[in-house]
Design a protein around this ligand. Sequence first.
Ligand SMILES: Cc1ncc(COP(=O)(O)O)c(C=O)c1O
Length: 410
Amino acid sequence: MDILRKQFLAHVGQTSPSPMMVEVDRAEGSCFYTPEGKRYYDLVAGVSVSNVGHANPAVVQAVQEQAARYMHVMVYGEMVERPQVRYAARIAELLPAPLESVYFVNSGAEAVECALKLAKRFTGRTELISMRRAYHGSTHGAMSMMGAPEGEEWKGAFRPLLPDVRAIEFNDFAALESITGRTACVLVEPVQGEGGVRPPADGYLAALRRRCDETGALLVFDEIQTGMGRTGAMFAMQRYGVTPDIVCLAKAFGGGMPLGAFVSSREIMSTLTHDPVLGHITTFGGHPVCCAAGLAALEFMLANRTVEGVEAKGALYEELLSGHPAVVEIRRAGLLMAVELGRSERLYRMMELFAGRGILSDWFLFCDTAFRISPPLTISEDEIRDSARIIAECLDTMLGEERRNLEGCE
Ligand SMILES: Cc1ncc(COP(=O)(O)O)c(C=O)c1O
């Protein structure tokens, strides 16, 4: 093992016993490269972050210019910082009314934390409802909303978590009845990501919206993974025609820099300014360099009509892979895609084969039988065809190995 990997294991806090440990030298467009010059197709995009491609020149320029002008000056919310104000105004323009007040934070988990606090503060209620197989982040509050029982493995060691939290089954219309006048909010990913890409059933989000309206519960969309064009609309709420009371954004929202936000009406958001004053505070939230990067990425997508091409790109991957005998099912919303293999042993073998062939994919936190295809939205048709060809060859290799193992047993 080389010195850098030894230092990585010795001195960089680890998240698992088996990190990928591929050294990144540089990244560009849909690919990244190791110091030895090996190319990887990035079919994870940093988990739905690098939507405008790695080292996008417009984003790089915005970061360089803003870093040279000013970086951190004062905690969030006090000063008028041009990149922050311009980004907030642009997001408010693109989101449906009344989502017009953007509160910037640092990450997805923090956006979720704040959305929960805001819902409690606005409604004066305490019950928080999430969905089974949901992932909303790893801090105490966000982890509390991790959909049990799949989340138990993660949550168990960290209890006690938030009280008065309940998970209902996603896409179960009957379960909506359990939302009541006690409920502060229902938190939902419009398309479940870490559950293995589960789109909403027809009419489900509209029925959820109606039930929230009937009971006075706030509807909170976690668009941290689905936002910024990933599903083929700028925000998944537009694809499904349902407007929440609060939406959480992060990941691609920062154009590759760390940035999150929760957005609501001014009426709801204003409750964070009093009783108590400073209801949520953050030092670095809305960092000017991150806002400049996010805004540049957004303007790039709008100028290049990037989002308009997403559905056709997802459909092309689906067409190229769905007929393969190892593929049980493809679940997809735009370029958020799960290729279901039905068995975790198959998935683990595919990850090894992918690594050898220069494909970066991953499984999902709550689904270890499917691999992920969520590349930069800027991926070209040629790159889709080439990466799908390599994937199909890896699937062939895996089936061939299984066949030979079976013959060896006979
Ligand atoms: C849907 C969803 N919500 C929240 C988060 C947490 O975001 P972060 O890792 O920035 O805290 C994630 C991260 O994967 C996510 O996919």
